[in-house]
Design a protein around this ligand. Structure first.
Ligand code: DGP
Length: 116
């Protein structure tokens, strides 16, 4: 399922180029266009099944597990053996800018202990 006005759907479809670092049947991951750490990768479901974490239910939650497995594999392949951070921005107050659920993988340096 693809939404025509969604930038991440266009990336998943290959209509907008991206630096892909991971792909499987349900998930793709690509380098963030505005990296906030030496490693900054965005993980999305290929299909626009959820707009935000607020849409997660018992019935559709498997894709979240798939994404976390993808994150773990990618962290390993990118050499983040010393740790990393996973972030999901949700909704207006969470400062979510792209309304296609996604998780940020950040690492490659010691990250700040606080975000505010
Ligand atoms: P968020 O603020 O959580 O919705 O994160 C959206 C992220 O997506 C933001 O860090 C920048 C990234 N992003 C937006 N547009 C593009 C794009 O066209 N290409 C890539 N690689 N990243 C993008």
């Amino acid at each position: 399922m693809k939404k025509d006005d969604c930038i991440f759907c266009k990336i998943a479809a290959g209509e907008i180029p991206s630096a892909k670092v991971y792909e499987d049947e349900n998930v793709i991951a690509f380098r963030d266009i505005a990296p906030q750490a030496p490693v900054h990768v965005v993980f999305i479901p290929k299909d626009h099944v959820l707009s935000s974490a607020d849409d997660i239910t018992e019935d559709n939650a498997k894709i979240i597990a798939d994404i976390f497995v993808a994150i773990k594999k990618t962290a390993e392949s990118l050499g983040l053996e010393n740790g990393y951070r996973i972030i999901n921005n949700c909704g207006e107050d969470g400062a979510q800018s792209v309304k296609h659920i996604h998780f940020h993988l950040l690492g490659g340096k010691k990250l700040p202990e606080r975000i505010v």
